[in-house]
Ligand binder design. Structure first.
Ligand code: KG4
Ligand code: ZN
Length: 333
C-alpha cells in the first residue's frame, strides 16, 4: 500500500510517498523543504514566519513527492509541535482526503521519529524495544512492547537535549541550529581538559532528564574565563560529552530494567556522531541489537510519518477526515 506522509510540525515542510508490504518498507520519495536559512537570522524558529512558509510550500512539496501516483492513504503529523505550523499540514491532509476520498491516519510527531528506525530495519526490531528519542522539542525514553503499545518511561523535566545544544551554540556565538555546529567544534578538540560539566539527574532512580542546569553551568564557566573564545572547541567537546553521557547511561539502564531486545535511537539529535557511536557501543556490550536511522531520517521528515502511518494502517487505525485535528499536546499512546 502507498502512503502519503505529511510533516509540518516545526520549520520543515515535508512530504513523502512510501510503499509498505509486510515488514518491507520502500521510500519512493522524501521531500523536505527546510526553512533553516530563513530562521537563522533570528537565532531560532519564529512560529508566525514558519506557518506562512508552510502555506507557500506545502502543495509544491506534496506534488513533488507523489508525482503521478495516487496514494492509498494519507498520514499526517498532528502534534506535538507549533500549533500554527501543524494546522497547515493537517488542513491540507483533510482537504486532500476529502477531494481524493482517501482514509487518513493521525500520527504523533514523536511516534514518527520512533518509526524512522523502522524504515530500513523493521524486521530487525524485536520487542520489547527501548527508544531514545531526542530532538529540539523533546527528550524521551519510550518502551515499545508492540506496534500500538508505546509507553513513555522517562522524559525531560525542562529543556530538550537539542535545545541544550542550540542554547550552547547561541551562548558561544556559533549560530543556529546549534547541534551540528557544537558537534563540529567538538570534533576539533583532542587532549586533556580541566573542564567538567554536571551530569544532571544521572543518579536519580528514574529515567527522566534535566538539561537546563547544563546551559547555566556553561554560562557561569564562560563568564569566569577571559580566554573562552580561544577554547570554544574544548567547551563544545566537554558539553557534548556531558549530554551524551547522561543520555546513553539512562537508556542502557532502561534497556536492562525492561529486558529490551533492541535499543533504538531517533530524533534530530540522533544525527550526532558521538551519540550514535557511544550508544551503539554500550548497547552491543549488553548484547542488545542497536538500530539507528539513516542521517536523512534523523531530523524532521515525512518518511517517518508515512512509516508510522503504514504500521497504524495495518492495524486499521484510520480516522474520518472530519475528526482530524492539530493538537500540540497530543499524548503518545
Ligand atoms: O527532530 P528535529 O529536526 O526537530 C524537532 O522535532 O525538534 O530536531 C532538531 C534538533 C535541533 O535542536 C538540532 O540542534 C538538533 O536536533 N541536532 C543535533 C545535530 N543535528 C541536529 N544535535 C546534536 N548534534 C547534531 N549533529
Ligand atoms: Zn522532530
Amino acid at each position: 500500500m502507498n502512503i502519503l506522509g505529511i510533516e509540518t510540525s516545526c520549520d520543515e515542510t515535508a512530504a513523502s510517498l512510501l510503499e509498505g508490504r509486510g515488514d518491507k518498507i520502500k521510500v519512493i520519495s522524501n521531500i523536505v523543504s527546510s526553512q533553516i536559512d530563513i530562521h537563522k537570522k533570528y537565532n531560532g524558529v519564529v512560529p508566525e514566519v514558519a506557518a506562512r512558509e508552510h502555506v507557500l510550500n506545502i502543495l509544491p512539496v506534496i506534488n513533488e513527492a507523489i508525482g503521478n501516483i495516487k496514494p492509498d492513504a494519507i498520514a499526517v503529523a498532528t502534534g506535538p509541535g507549533l500549533i500554527t505550523s501543524l494546522m497547515v499540514g493537517v488542513e491540507t491532509a483533510k482537504t486532500l482526503a476529502y477531494a481524493w476520498n482517501l482514509p487518513v491516519i493521525s500520527v504523533n510527531h514523536i511516534e514518527g521519529h520512533i518509526y524512522s528506525c523502522f524504515i530500513d530495519n523493521a524486521a530487525k526490531i524485536k520487542f520489547p524495544a527501548i527508544f531514545l528519542t531526542v530532538s529540539g522539542g523533546h527528550t524521551m525514553i519510550v518502551l515499545m512492547k508492540n506496534h500500538g503499545e508505546l509507553k513513555i518511561i522517562g522524559e525531560t523535566v525542562d529543556d530538550a537535549a537539542g535545545e541544550a545544544f542550540d542554547k550552547a551554540a547561541k551562548l558561544l556565538g556559533l549560530g543556529y541550529p546549534g547541534g551540528p555546529l557544537v558537534s563540529k567544534e567538538a570534533d576539533k578538540f583532542s587532549g586533556g581538559s580541566g573542564l567538567e560539566f554536571p551530569r544532571p539527574m544521572l543518579n536519580k532512580p528514574n529515567f527522566d532528564f534535566s538539561f537546563s542546569g547544563l546551559k547555566t553551568s556553561l554560562l557561569y564557566k564562560v563568564q569566569k574565563d577571559k580566554k573562552w573564545k580561544k577554547r570554544i572547541s574544548e567547551y563544545c567537546f566537554k558539553y557534548q560529552e556531558a549530554i551524551v553521557d547522561v543520555l546513553v547511561k539512562k537508556t542502557i539502564k532502561a534497556a536492562k530494567k525492561y529486558d529490551a531486545k533492541t535499543v533504538c535511537l531517533s530524533g534530530g539529535v540522533s544525527a550526532n556522531k558521538t551519540l550514535r557511536e557511544t550508544l551503539e557501543k554500550e548497547a552491543k556490550k549488553e548484547k542488545k541489537t542497536f538500530i539507528k536511522p539513516e542521517f536523512k531520517y534523523t531530523t524532521d521528515n515525512a518518511a517517518m510519518v508515512a512509516c508510522a502511518g503504514y504500521f497504524n494502517a495495518k492495524r486499521n487505525k484510520y480516522i474520518p477526515w472530519q475528526k482530524l485535528k492539530a493538537n500540540c499536546n497530543l499524548d503518545l499512546k
